[in-house]
Design a protein. Structure first.
Length: 354
């Protein structure tokens, strides 16, 4: 970080369109504090964000609100942020015919990929040269011959962006696609099957690009995989629990992240309301439990490590807060700073140097 840089934290939430749903905070790393800079309304449930820092653009998903009684659909809004954190709404485009829960962007700023949990589909959306959201180009709907219901929860690019890995919680699989950029199409490439009832939700790559970690929402586990970049395939190494062995309550996992040095993997538990920390031994390809830490609030829907790796920000939906933790980068352990901010039903927290 240069002296001129500062850290913004962008937050998406559950909200009605008439109320604030997307927020900008400034994060003071020395004091471990968050300061609200701006907030904007105009989107119903802008739960997930993708941030293009270089062009000062935020892509926020939302729900359309039909007046004719038809089902809610998905949309994306492009929001610009200024150097003082001010948010300005620009264009919006309807995406899938069902609501969406996740948005991803390629590094060339040509496409957005939206995931529809209720529609069981992944959609490819064009981006214009000025960063405005273009049109829906393709939708791939997942179906099961056994009659199971698809619930697509997220899509993440491989490190070289040759492939797109889509987590299907309902079908217990990770479906790999490539993108036909000329035709504007998602091309199915292959499936990796998780355990029945696992519910893969989100994925994070190891910085080496040789491993991927998937958090399974329904059976509260983290699965580690070897990743073959040449052919875009995953091979399972092991599956570890996200919960303490003596916990018997209900739980559903949410987010997963890997430290910048690849030595630690973090996962969130909703129910146990904690962050589980694992150490990863790259040579042995082994995860070892470090600790469980309370998120100091109910239903941690999302969390993020800051770019420096010195802090972790946990967004507790039911506690209406974002809690700041200090990260010991030598051990991976988390310590609450005692600092938090109140925000209505936070779902996504995105810290960046700007």
């Amino acid at each position: 970080m240069t002296q001129e840089q500062k850290m913004f934290v962008f937050v998406g939430s559950y909200a009605e369109s008439a109320t604030s749903g997307v927020y900008t905070y400034e994060f003071d790393e020395k004091e471990s504090t968050l300061k609200l800079l701006d907030q904007t309304s105009g989107l119903k449930n802008p739960t997930f964000l993708n941030v293009d820092v270089a062009n000062s653009h935020i892509y926020a998903i939302g729900e359309t609100e039909p007046t004719d009684g038809s089902a809610k659909g998905g949309e994306v809004m492009m929001i610009r942020f200024d150097q003082d954190g001010t948010l300005t709404r620009f264009n919006r485009t309807n995406t899938t015919p069902t609501t969406t829960c996740h948005v991803q962007r390629d590094s060339e700023n040509k496409f957005l990929i939206v995931s529809s949990y209720h529609g069981g589909s992944a959609g490819l959306v064009s981006l214009k040269d000025n960063g405005h959201v273009g049109e829906l180009l393709d939708v791939q709907t997942h179906r099961s011959a056994e009659g199971e219901t698809s619930h697509v929860h997220s899509a993440f690019f491989s490190p070289d962006e040759k492939f797109l890995l889509v987590q299907d919680l309902g079908l217990d699989l990770i479906r790999t696609y490539s993108i036909d950029r000329e035709a504007g199409r998602l091309v199915p490439h292959g499936d990796t099957h998780a355990a029945k009832g696992a519910g893969p939700r989100h994925l994070a790559f190891h910085p080496s690009g040789k491993f991927a970690f998937v958090i399974n929402e329904l059976n509260s586990t983290i699965a580690s995989y070897r990743y073959d970049a040449e052919v875009g395939t995953l091979s399972e190494i092991e599956v570890v629990p996200t919960l303490p062995s003596d916990y018997t309550g209900e739980n559903g996992c949410s987010e997963i992240a890997v430290s910048a040095d690849g030595r630690f993997v973090y996962g969130a538990n909703r129910g146990h309301d904690s962050i589980v920390v694992y150490a990863f031994d790259e040579a042995a390809e082994k995860l070892s439990l470090v600790e469980h830490v309370s998120t100091e609030g109910g239903h941690p829907r999302h969390f993020a490590l800051t770019p420096s790796g010195d802090h972790l920000l946990a967004a507790n939906r039911d506690a209406n807060n974002i809690v700041v933790f200090k990260v010991d980068k030598a051990t991976g352990r988390l310590t609450s700073t005692g600092n938090s901010v109140s925000v209505s039903k936070p779902v996504c927290v995105r810290p960046y140097y700007v």
